[in-house]
Design a protein. Structure first.
Length: 454
């Protein structure tokens, strides 16, 4: 059975294709400004989960909830992501991407604000699930736009900057949210503020985002009409892409996200800090996360240039194993004062942050331009399902045995197994990336030949 991202095509000599240029094509938007806007959008979309995670100890006390309730909230949110993400991508095939993005990640913020009105756990769960269903469209659509703004040589750096900006808000708002824990019903104000900022960003997306067109940086720029060429046969080819499927398995079985959801609660329950003090770990994590995304994307691009066949996969595997080591240090050793936890949790954030600058370019390089948003919808949906499962497990294991034991198995042992799994990616990645390069070269040669005949 073929495993390539596209049907086999006759080989095209590389010499027949003009080398890609670093500068954007004429009329293209200023890509770094557009990237900053997209990063800001992901930033405010993450604020809903930040309020939930940082203020859960206060929310738990207000509504009388067990620890497992946080796992259920996160799981419901991520399952909504898994279902709704592909639906938003389908809508973006029929309507302009920027309009769909403004609705799902911007104006949908009214549901985030409504979470502040919840009077019990059921209401909070329902409103949170609806809010997450909208935010689910952001990841696949934004990653598709980034692939159309940057060529393959710069996509690692671009993805690093994108997710660095997205993380910036947590470092700024984390301590502020922690202060709200000392205010009566302060968690409600957190949701109100988060939803309001999301709506504001919806307006900014409509006003300032310029869609470069699908495939604009691959020599196949045919504008938004390219999405219409998505056929059932092409989508079946996407599902036969072994690199993409293996990455989906890797994301399904990752335990990296549980420290994001349960880190502050861990410091409150297991180490005895107050909610306000425990939230001080978020700016430390954000600083190292920012450095990791910027440097990680840059280093990943350099490694890819030197070792185009295996560099990105080796970098991904190294980062995963390193995460398991620092996660053990952060969760299995009682360090005492908060400043030490800020350092070790900062190391966790720094190691985790290099992943977007690696796995996003991997997906971009093995999938054709018109299929990238669909590919990211699939990957992020599976990732969300894995996040939901791990969150439920942490919640129940935390209630039964304590969060420290839950973290040992899901953030350390599982991640070591996850790193071993990545070994299976080396061979299919080389094959699938070569298939995409060959198809893009064929299209570019056909375009040049058509232009000469005209």
């Amino acid at each position: 059975m073929p495993t390539d991202a596209v049907p086999p095509v006759p080989p095209v000599p590389v010499r027949s294709v003009p080398p890609p240029t670093k500068a954007p094509p004429p009329g293209a938007p200023r890509r770094w400004r557009q990237l900053a806007l997209l990063g800001g959008l992901l930033n405010v979309d993450n604020s809903e989960s930040s309020v939930q995670s940082v203020l859960f100890p206060a929310l738990r006390a207000s509504l009388g909830l067990p620890l497992a309730a946080l796992g259920q909230l996160v799981a419901a949110s991520k399952l909504a992501h898994a279902v709704a993400g592909p639906l938003w991508v389908a809508l973006a095939r029929r309507w302009p991407r920027k309009n769909v993005l403004a609705v799902c990640c911007g104006f949908w913020g009214v549901w985030t604000a409504a979470m502040g009105l919840a009077q019990n756990f059921v209401q909070l769960l329902v409103l949170g699930t609806i809010a997450s269903a909208g935010i689910a469209g952001g990841g696949p659509l934004v990653n598709g736009l980034v692939a159309d703004l940057f060529d393959d040589a710069d996509r690692g750096r671009a993805a690093g900057v994108l997710y660095g900006i997205a993380a910036l808000g947590l470092g700024i708002t984390g301590p502020l949210l922690g202060l709200l824990s000392d205010v009566e019903n302060g968690w409600r104000y957190g949701f109100f503020a988060s939803g309001t900022v999301q709506v504001v960003f919806g307006v900014l997306i409509l006003a300032f985002l310029r869609d470069p067109g699908v495939g604009a940086r691959d020599g196949a720029g045919s504008g938004p009409a390219a999405v219409a060429r998505l056929t059932r046969a092409q989508f079946r080819g996407l599902l036969r892409n072994r690199t993409l499927l293996l990455i989906c398995v890797q994301r399904l079985t990752t335990g990296q996200f549980i420290l994001i959801s349960f880190g502050v609660t861990f410091l409150v329950d297991e180490r005895g800090f107050t909610n306000a003090t425990a939230s001080l770990v978020t700016p430390a994590v954000t600083v190292t996360y920012l450095l990791g995304t910027f440097l990680g994307g840059f280093v990943a691009d350099r490694v890819h240039r030197r070792h185009p066949r295996t560099g990105r996969i080796a970098a991904m595997q190294t980062a995963i194993v390193a995460y398991a080591v620092v996660a053990y240090a952060a969760t299995q050793i009682d360090w005492g004062p908060m400043w030490v936890y800020m350092v070790v949790f900062g190391l966790v954030g720094g190691v985790q942050s290099v992943n977007p600058g690696i796995n996003r370019p991997v997906v971009m390089s093995v999938v054709l331009p018109e299929l990238r948003s669909a590919a990211f919808a699939l990957m992020l949906s599976v990732e969300a399902a894995g996040w939901a499962i791990s969150s439920l497990l942490v919640g129940y294991l935390g209630d039964a045995f304590g969060l420290q034991t839950a973290f040992l198995w899901l953030a350390v042992v599982l991640m070591l197994a996850n790193g071993a799994l990545v070994t299976l990616l080396y061979r299919p990645y080389v094959r699938d990336a070569a298939a995409v390069r060959s198809e893009l070269a064929r299209r570019a040669a056909a375009t040049i030949g058509g232009a000469k005949q005209a």
